[in-house]
Design a protein around this ligand. Structure first.
Ligand code: NAI
Length: 331
């Protein structure tokens, strides 16, 4: 049985080949992103395996069905890039890796916070230039600060635990309060209250309700000088609104691992290209903005779990047409 991978990187080949021994799939790796133009590359693949920036819309689902594909396997947790209704209408099963090392993403959010705050990236460059001055490197103690967490699922919970360990007061907003978190000391409040925190970190999924959750209006509810962290999905934030807020000082620190228009940029070496996206160029020009290119998941442990879970998902879906893990089965 054949699985065709889109948006495949060298590390995908390494990890999927490593864990394919027992299942023995034929694995074919394709660098191209899946979209309407590239769906024609699918040939006799029982399953296609896609990542965060592959575009699985209604037209792509139709083409996959016509090529005889039965399963769309997401090798990630978020699934905002797949038209689930269209997949169902075309008889395609869709699965994801519902939970893989949530600590990987939560720890990256912490890395963004500490780097922005203590400016270790600037200190590293300075010392290499034999500049031992401290001017401009002033940070603040995280201990005692209020951290607002939006979305306390797998990753949000791991992040709450870390921030409690740092001695922060943790406030959270979610559709459902989590009892385990409350027992640890996390306080659930309405969004408007959580937006008043010193540091705000986004861990909810991207959907119709959360698109541009961070916009001119919600930014105005934040305290001046807030630190905003997004390791979830780019379109949770209205980029134009954050640029305005960075210029006025309303947002004093912005750390993002995801970006609204990232599918045109991330996971590629564009160092010899002229970047046409003026918004990311403007964001990169701020000294208080730290951008990483969707690497929060990128740990050895997480890649191992993603590979084993994805291969098992495809195995059971092709064999039984179903999965026991209902969180992993989307359609
Ligand atoms: P999860 O499904 O375990 O948790 C999501 C939480 O958000 C749930 O508790 C849910 O109730 C809550 N939620 C849903 N709608 C909400 C709303 N309108 N307001 C507030 N909370 C809301 O998901 P998990 O595993 O924690 O992942 C969260 C997101 O992180 C994923 O959707 C994905 O987009 C992103 N992600 C990013 C990665 C990266 O490398 N940067 C890697 C993995 C996931």
């Amino acid at each position: 049985m054949k699985i065709l991978f889109f948006s495949a990187q060298p590390y995908d080949k390494l990890f999927f080949n490593r864990y394919n021994d027992t299942l023995g799939f034929e694995l074919v790796f394709q660098e191209a992103q899946l979209n309407e133009q590239t769906a024609g590359l699918v040939d006799n693949a029982d399953a296609v395996c896609v990542f965060v920036n592959d575009q699985v819309n209604a037209e792509v689902c139709k083409q996959l069905k016509s090529k005889g594909t039965k399963v769309i396997a997401l090798r990630c947790a978020g699934f905002n890039n797949v038209d689930l209704q269209a997949a169902k209408a075309n008889g395609l099963k869709v699965c994801r890796v519902a939970a893989y090392s949530p600590e990987a993403v939560a720890e990256h959010a912490l890395a963004l916070i500490l780097t922005l705050n203590r400016k270790t990236h600037k200190a590293y460059n300075r010392v290499r230039e034999q500049n031992f001055s401290l001017n401009g490197l002033l940070g603040f103690n995280l201990h005692g600060k209020t951290v607002g967490v939006i979305g306390t699922g797998n990753i949000g919970k791991a992040f709450c635990r870390i921030m409690l360990g740092m001695g922060c007061k943790v406030m959270a907003f979610d559709l459902i309060a989590n009892k385990e978190m409350e027992a640890l000391g996390v306080e659930y409040h309405p969004l408007i209250e959580v937006l008043k925190s010193d540091v705000i970190s986004l861990h909810c999924p991207l959907n119709n309700q959360t698109q541009h959750l961070i916009n001119n209006e919600t930014i105005a509810m934040m305290q001046k000088g807030v630190m905003l962290i997004n390791t979830s999905r780019g379109a949770l934030i209205d980029t134009k609104a954050t640029i305005t807020a960075l210029k006025s000082g309303q947002i004093a620190y912005l750390g993002i691992d995801v970006y609204e228009q990232e599918e045109h940029l991330f996971f590629r070496d564009l160092s010899d290209n002229v970047i046409q996206d003026d918004e990311i160029q403007r964001l990169m020009s701020f000294s208080n903005v730290l951008i990483t290119a969707h690497q929060a998941f990128f740990t050895d442990e997480a890649l191992g779990q993603i590979a084993t879970t994805t291969l098992n998902n495809v195995h059971f879906l092709l064999k039984n047409g179903n999965l026991t893990n209902q969180a992993a089965l989307l359609v």
